[in-house]
Design a protein around this ligand. Sequence first.
Ligand code: TYD
Length: 208
Amino acid sequence: MPGKSIFIVIEGLDGSGKTTASQHLAELLESHFPGKTLRTYEPHDPSCGGDYIRKVLRKEITAFQPRTLALAFAANRLDHGDRIVTPWLAGDSGRIVLCDRYYLSSLVYQQTSDFPMENVLELNQLARKPDVIFFLNVSNEVCYERMKGRNLPPELFEENLSETRRKYQEAIEFLRKGHQENIVEIDGNGTVEQTATAMFRVIMSMPE
Ligand code: TYD
């Protein structure tokens, strides 16, 4: 476990269990390093444009250009970074931020045929680079089951999991090869404890 502060992102398909896994991981971290971990998420409702983004996701706003949404996510991310993530990490040594989704999600969901992921990444070039991005690898069947359990109407991007999975694979390759991002795939089909423990082990083995 590094003595420096670290910024950790958890990514995965809708229904992959990111929220529960990050809760368990936060508990594990808390038991080893009390008071050091902050859990947060994107889209971050209280940050810039959060209300607009949620309305688009709930399909309450339907007249929008994909690029406007991409800009909204990028602005939401920068504001979230400036007012929440960076101050926490800078406040003491050995602090941790666990963030549910980050710019990998934007590369996946905001790319279109005439606005490819290179362009989406450019909008996010000022965003802080995570020390590690975990991608929870979970089968489509398990994701659909977990989404059904929530009993909520499907949001904008929740329908086509196979297509989204393909885009995640492409975006992960793109970030690893072209931008030297540290992306670790974690099997998320098992219990939430197994998933959280696998992430915890990776964090503990990170260099000082
Ligand atoms: P979220 O609230 O994390 O939902 P869940 O807990 O189900 O994953 O995210 C809602 C949606 O926001 C999700 O379908 C993906 C989308 N999203 C983007 O399109 N771009 C982004 O940059 C982010 C962070 C999320």
